[in-house]
Ligand binder design. Structure first.
Ligand code: 13P
Ligand code: SF4
Length: 335
């Protein structure tokens, strides 16, 4: 159990930053933060990025301790790649509604119905699910991972229906899709997108492929209602790369709102606006400055913040995760 009396409030960023710096040196730790984290966590982190970039850093890091400020499956992925490191998450209950839509048992049953199929899992899955699949991917390399599968092989993709549909369209491959969704991205609907575009017809549009509005964006693109050079369906890391090139224009952003902090830092001249300002992942926001400090301060055995993955599961998941980090260009957003 986590002792909440350890959670000391910080009245200013400078004292929080100083405390984290001191503890990082003491513990030989690095802090990784996903683009959806609260601003103070993003600012204090050694690296901020999307799932792919952070997994790669976790795999290469020489630090003794990796503190993963993100959700549980991300910290588990770091542990799969770095079994000798201590991997901590400031709140082990920070889950993911999308990862929760599929269990290892369900994957085994799906495989049995499709003998010989190649099973591709989005990184937003538990370690137990990763142990049952052939390949993992993130939103930045899902298309390339599926393209690497020989033509003619049956493909099963899980758990995100919207990302899987996007990959099927991009690759032209027939893919059987699991019907999972992220409640935050499913809430960014075609109606919301159309309304915001009508208000800002000249805006650039950045859409995460998990969004419920991805198909609508592509439809509008195909119908000539959205110009191709202003519409991008990309991972959070690629959104930051595109923000740098956005000049002083208006940019509509269809993903979790935490990314806006990185987009503004990448380009202070542009105006970034969330397509749905209520698209907030409550799991990502469970990581607070106080919990990060508490995780770094706990030095005894059996840390309640420590991520463990059973060795037989880790070994079975490793090949799929290694295939994931080997493909695609890293997109690191902040240091
Ligand atoms: P990215 O890999 O694009 O950062 O996405 C991760 C995620 O959880 C999206 O909800
Ligand atoms: Fe999971 Fe959705 Fe939160 Fe991403 S935004 S961590 S997919 S619940």
């Amino acid at each position: 159990m986590i002792d909440s009396s350890q959670q000391i409030g910080f009245s200013d960023y400078a004292s929080f930053d100083e405390r984290v710096r001191h503890l990082k040196v003491k513990r030989d730790a690095i802090v990784l933060a996903h683009n959806y984290q609260v601003p103070w966590i993003q600012d204090v982190a050694d690296h901020v990025g999307d799932s792919l970039a952070l997994s790669r850093i976790a795999a290469e890091s020489e630090a003794e301790v990796i503190v993963f400020c993100g959700v549980h499956f991300m910290a588990e992925t770091a542990k799969i790649l770095s079994p000798k490191k201590q991997v901590l998450i400031p709140d082990p209950l920070a889950g993911c509604s999308l990862a929760d839509t599929v269990t290892a048992e369900q994957v085994r049953a799906w495989r049995e119905e499709h003998p010989g199929a190649v099973v591709v899992a989005y990184v937003n899955t538990s370690a137990a699910v990763k142990a049952e699949v052939d390949l993992c991917c993130t939103s930045s390399n899902a298309v390339e991972i599926v393209r690497s599968i020989p033509e003619g092989r049956e493909i099963l993709f899980l758990p995100d229906y919207f990302l899987g549909s996007h990959v099927a369209r991009e690759t032209g491959r027939e893919i059987a899709l699991w019907m999972g969704e992220c409640h935050v991205h499913a809430g960014i609907t075609p109606v919301t997108l159309r309304t915001r575009l009508a208000e800002q017809p000249e805006a650039q549009l950045l859409v995460h492929p998990e969004c419920g509005c991805t198909s609508a964006a592509l439809y509008l693109l195909g119908a000539g209602e959205l110009p191709a050079e202003r519409t991008h369906i990309v991972s959070t890391g690629s959104m930051v790369d595109l923000a740098r090139a956005a000049g002083d224009g208006h940019v509509l952003v269809a993903t979790e709102t935490g990314i806006i902090h990185q987009l503004k830092a990448a380009n202070p001249r542009a105006t970034f606006e969330a397509v749905n300002p209520r698209a907030v992942c409550q799991y990502m926001k469970m990581i607070t400055p106080e919990k990060l400090v508490a995780a770094l301060e706990f030095e005894g055995p059996n840390s309640p913040y420590e991520i463990t993955v059973e060795e037989s599961i880790r070994q079975r998941a490793l090949a799929a995760v290694e295939a994931m980090i080997a493909v695609g260009t890293p997109s690191l957003t902040g240091e």
